[in-house]
Write a protein that binds this ligand. Structure first.
Ligand SMILES: CC/C=C\C/C=C\C/C=C\C/C=C\C/C=C\C/C=C/C(=O)SCCNC(=O)CCNC(=O)[C@H](O)C(C)(C)COP(=O)(O)OP(=O)(O)OC[C@H]1O[C@@H](n2cnc3c(N)ncnc32)[C@H](O)[C@@H]1OP(=O)(O)O
Ligand SMILES: Cc1cc2nc3c(=O)[nH]c(=O)nc-3n(C[C@H](O)[C@H](O)[C@H](O)COP(=O)(O)OP(=O)(O)OC[C@H]3O[C@@H](n4cnc5c(N)ncnc54)[C@H](O)[C@@H]3O)c2cc1C
Length: 596
């Protein structure tokens, strides 16, 4: 299994490498090799980006060619057995020894072991290690170090290194996630990645970066990438589910009629069409977020970090919501395929296990939404002080006078309704925090007592951002399209708004003049829209243009030969090599004969 995975992984990375294509393409083509994940994902997904983001030009000149030519294979080891979310609590230490101009890496106790890094178990020979940096007896917090962990000739772990695979998981079982411990392991001073902080030969610590969190930069990059990844993942799942739903015929609503395609059931359309729409919404939002990200990088190259807080808040909530929505909707695609959706050969289980992991890694859902909430509350307080709001929070102004937004059921009106919900929920959090403080709590306790509401407010802000970006980008991108294409894509973005308006009627009743009659109208419009989309449903998923080799699905192949493919895959199962398993003779027969 592992050998096959490594072979496929190398064919993937070296093949595309020869073509000189970029790593996102690599990621896309790697889907034709793996149902789950490449053991080289972390090399290109985090090890290389960290060298670019955390190394000086001189250090990049040394390490980048080695990494890009696969002369070294790396990963990103930050999480430990005892800490993943709380980076400042990491236990691995790197203590500077000026007499030898080296850092001494130590794993003080079991909970300090690095745990989870992809490719760490048996594949990587180098890794980025986040460790608490000590010099001259002072701890300067977590810093990134580049560490060789295996001999590049023999691949044996170097003396002082304990490394291995962490074992089976819900999914990601081709990712080779590993553990890593250090026993007084020495690395040269120059292996501290020194773009944002340096240690001189005599051990003096020099802070370079103007912002204290640039060490966390790789995570921001990956969070931004993951929003696009989720759009792609969901598009694959809904392609499988819609194509299968067009093939599958089941039940007999009318006695004298043939069994209908299950795609004709309104409940099936309710399960699946939001998935098509969400894939588009997340793809457009991810492109908008990427442009925001590159803009902030450009500002930071000019020494301006003012736009970084908003990027951190946006990347945090969009990563959280895109991964959570995708996990839920891929499971919904699986539900829509009945028993055959539960077959591994459908590829829906693998897609689900990938997406649900993404809800956790690169920042847990709750933790990241609370990061966004921190930014939202600070922005509200700045608004109260008359300071300007950042672009994505301009809608807060409308809530300044506290008047209720009048409900308008046009698409633009619904977007404004979501703005009102976000503003109202943020305002309610600020009110809750202030109430607790007035009742004698300190700020930290008042914050903690409001965190359930804060997570909801951050989700509402994110939903408002997605709705606005999806609507605006659809209008912009379809301006030059044919009326037919424009109409269908408009239907999808309207469906997204109606779906979420119906999901959030409680909030809309609380923060706008929405009435029961308005809700009835929304429901009727939503159901009518499902029927309108039905004729184009298969065309819409075909337009995602996935080859069968990438979908890897017995249910979603283009030719619709579902039952033949299911049987072909079943016959390949090792248990079917012999008509009678030898377990019959060893166990079942003796048991039947009372001899066990
Ligand atoms: C073959 C394939 C080819 C190519 C592939 C190409 C691309 C692939 C792309 C992606 C795929 C790659 C890999 C995916 C697979 C698996 C990899 C998984 C890897 C990992 O999981 S790595 C480990 C991830 N871990 C985390 O995310 C930990 C989460 N925790 C944190 O981020 C921090 O601990 C937390 C929660 C933010 C708290 O930090 P801290 O306690 O230090 O800060 P405070 O909360 O006190 O806030 C202080 C202050 O700092 C601001 N801030 C916090 N974080 C950031 C940040 N990241 N950027 C900017 N600012 C930040 C915060 O807002 C506060 O500001 P304020 O005081 O309010 O002004
Ligand atoms: C498939 C997979 C691949 C991974 N790959 C890598 C990798 O390559 N490199 C790497 O370094 N790491 C990797 N990780 C680790 C991953 O980054 C962490 O698991 C993730 O950051 C969550 O941290 P944790 O596991 O400590 O969870 P915890 O933070 O312990 O979460 C447990 C619970 O505590 C809650 N919680 C924690 N803090 C707070 C808070 N402040 N307020 C409220 N609730 C809180 C969480 O919401 C959650 O419900 C991977 C993980 C997975 C699942």
């Amino acid at each position: 299994m592992y050998g096959q995975i490594v072979r496929d992984g190398l064919v993937n990375v070296t093949g595309i490498e020869d073509l000189g294509l970029t790593s996102p393409v690599l990621q896309r083509t790697s889907d034709a090799f793996f149902k789950e994940i490449s053991p080289f994902l972390l090399h290109f997904g985090m090890f290389v980006p960290t060298i670019i983001g955390q190394c000086t030009p001189e250090q990049q000149a040394k390490w980048l060619p080695l990494a890009m030519d696969l002369k070294i294979i790396g990963t990103y080891a930050q999480t430990e057995l005892g800490h993943g979310t709380f980076i400042r609590g990491l236990e691995t230490t790197a203590t500077y020894d000026a007499s030898t101009e080296q850092f001494i890496l130590k794993t003080p106790k079991l909970s300090s072991y690095k745990w989870w890094a992809g490719g760490l178990g048996k594949t990587a020979n180098h890794c980025i290690v986040l460790a608490q940096l000590y010099t001259k007896g002072v701890c300067h917090g977590p810093h990134p170090f580049i560490v060789q962990i295996r001999d590049t000739e023999t691949h044996m772990p170097l003396p002082g290194i304990k490394v291995g695979e962490i074992g089976p998981k819900l999914g990601f079982n081709t990712a080779d996630n590993g553990f890593l411990g250090f026993e007084d392991f020495r690395i040269p001073r120059e292996n501290l990645m020194m773009k944002n902080a340096q240690v001189t030969k005599d051990g003096t610590y020099v802070k370079v970066a103007r912002h204290g969190k640039l060490t966390y930069g790789t995570m921001v990059f990956v969070r931004v990438m993951l929003v696009s990844d989720m759009a792609y993942c969901l598009a694959k799942a809904v392609t499988i589910a819609v194509r299968y739903s067009a093939v599958r015929r089941q039940s007999q609503p009318k006695p004298d009629q043939p069994e209908p395609q299950v795609l004709d059931y309104l409940t099936q359309q309710h399960k699946l069409f939001i998935c098509i729409s969400t894939a588009h919404a997340m793809k457009l939002t991810s492109t908008w977020l990427w442009n925001t990200f590159t803009g902030v990088l450009a500002d930071m190259r000019d020494g301006n970090t003012d736009t970084l807080p908003e990027l951190h808040a946006l990347s945090s909530c969009l990563k959280a919501i895109s991964t959570s929505d995708t996990s839920a909707l891929i499971e919904q695609c699986r539900f829509a395929c009945g028993g055959h959706g539960y077959m591994y050969s459908s590829n829906l289980p693998a897609l689900y296990s990938f997406a649900t992991a993404t809800r956790t890694y690169e920042g847990d859902y709750t933790v990241l939404l609370l990061q966004t909430a921190r930014f939202l509350v600070k922005s509200w307080e700045q608004m109260d002080e008359g300071k300007p709001l950042t672009p994505t929070l301009a809608y807060l102004e409308q809530s300044r006078n506290g008047s209720q937004v009048s409900w308008d059921d046009s698409p633009e009106g619904i977007v404004r309704g979501f703005d009102a919900v976000a503003a109202g929920r943020i305002g309610a959090c600020v009110k809750s925090i202030r109430k607790h403080i007035n009742n004698g709590m300190d700020y930290e306790d008042a914050w903690q007592m409001t965190t359930v509401q804060l997570v909801g407010a951050a989700e509402a802000h994110c939903r408002a951002v997605i709705c606005r970006v999806y609507r605006d980008e659809t209008a912009r991108l379809t301006a030059g399209c044919s009326p037919g294409v424009k109409a269908v894509l408009d239907q999808l973005s309207t469906l997204y708004l109606l779906y979420w308006a119906l999901e959030r009627t409680g909030d809309l009743l609380r923060f706008s003049s929405l009435s029961e009659r308005d809700i009835e109208n929304l429901q009727a419009r939503y159901e009518a829209l499902l029927l309108k989309i039905r004729p184009n449903a298969v065309g819409l998923v075909d337009a995602f243009d996935f080859r069968d080799e990438v979908l890897m699905s017995t249910l979603g192949s283009y030719d619709g030969r579902v039952y033949e493919r299911l049987m072909e895959e079943a016959l390949k199962t090792p248990l079917n090599r012999e008509p009678v398993s030898d377990s019959f003779h060893k166990y079942i027969k003796p048991m039947m004969q009372g001899k066990l």
